[in-house]
Design a protein around this ligand. Structure first.
Ligand SMILES: C[S@@+](CC[C@H](N)C(=O)[O-])C[C@H]1O[C@@H](n2cnc3c(N)ncnc32)[C@H](O)[C@@H]1O
Length: 287
């Protein structure tokens, strides 16, 4: 063994059974990044606030494994969902692991479409989402406006489009943010590798590190443009949306230490806020 070259040792280590080699990156992603209860509550609450009614038909753009589409339909038998994604492999994973296990009745209301979100889709729906900043793959104003036009065309007259956006002074730093996932033997690591101030492009990765020291690095890579809220706001209006609402997370005093503020999980409509090191905000646009 000692006579092996470094390269041979590295190759051997790679062949070993580790926690990373046995893990499934889509499962890890769902456990670390997605919280369907929070997303569903936010969509329903704000739709009700804006439209005064309940949405039933839903389109999940950039749906990936369609976890949210399935949760949407599971929560109410009157609901339907269409998930759209470019990656057939990810859609297949979602079908086998999320849609079919939900049972025949729920599965009959979830339509997975292998396609580009830049193309307008039928049927028109009440609400469309683009979560986890996925629209950031569109790096020019023209492309992002085209996407917003397609989203607009795929909505009913009472339709609402929702997307999330992140920012803050830390969003342009080269950083690694590690997070433990409760009850799981791995850590989630968000790595911002590069930021280009000339173009506002940002290169990020999701990595996973396991208890045995093994890693999946990178598990996912995102080559994005970091869009700002006013740019998105303007492009939504240019794409035909009539009104844009920006929702910001409220902070409250920490129960244990009143000198600290903690995120409350409640979002309120804002037009001005104090700058923060890091924030995630939601934008709702009315047809
Ligand atoms: C960050 S993942 C989002 C997964 C999920 N929606 C979520 O909220 O976690 C981005 C997904 O967008 C898909 N995607 C990228 N460009 C796309 C496009 N032009 N049309 C449809 N899907 C696209 C990728 O295949 C990938 O599954």
């Amino acid at each position: 063994m000692n006579n092996l070259s470094r390269l041979e040792k590295k190759k051997l280590a790679k062949q070993q059974v580790t926690m990373a080699s046995q893990a499934d990156r889509h499962e890890l992603y769902q456990k670390s990044v997605q919280d369907t209860d929070v997303e569903l509550e936010l969509m329903l609450e704000k739709y009700q606030e804006i439209r005064g009614s309940e949405p039933f038909s839903f389109r999940e753009d950039f749906c990936g494994t369609a976890l949210l589409s399935v949760a949407w339909c599971q929560a109410n038998p009157k609901r339907t969902a269409q998930g759209v994604d470019l990656c057939e492999q990810t859609l297949d994973w979602g079908k086998q692991r999320n849609v079919l296990p939900a049972g025949e009745e729920v599965a009959s209301r979830v339509d997975l479409v292998h396609g580009n979100v830049l193309e307008p889709r039928e049927p028109k729906v009440d609400i469309t989402c683009a979560f986890n900043f996925s629209y950031s793959v569109f790096k020019t104003r023209d492309l992002l406006r085209s996407y917003f036009q397609a989203a607009h065309a795929g909505l009913k007259d009472n339709g609402v489009f929702i997307l999330d956006v992140f920012g803050g002074t830390e969003a342009i730093d080269s950083t690694k943010e590690k997070r433990k996932i409760e009850g799981e033997p791995f850590k989630f690591i968000w790595e911002q590798e590069k930021y280009n101030p000339v173009t506002n492009e940002i290169l990020c990765h999701i990595n996973f590190k396991f208890k045995d020291g093994s890693k999946i690095k990178p598990a996912f890579t995102y080559d994005w443009r970091l869009w700002t809220i006013p740019e998105i706001h303007e492009l939504l209006l240019e794409a035909g949306f009539s009104k844009v609402h920006v929702y910001w997370e409220e902070y409250q005093e920490d129960d244990e230490d009143e000198d600290y503020l903690v995120a409350s999980g409640d979002y309120i409509e804002v037009t001005e806020v104090e700058n923060q090191e890091s924030w995630v905000s939601y934008i709702f646009a009315e047809v």
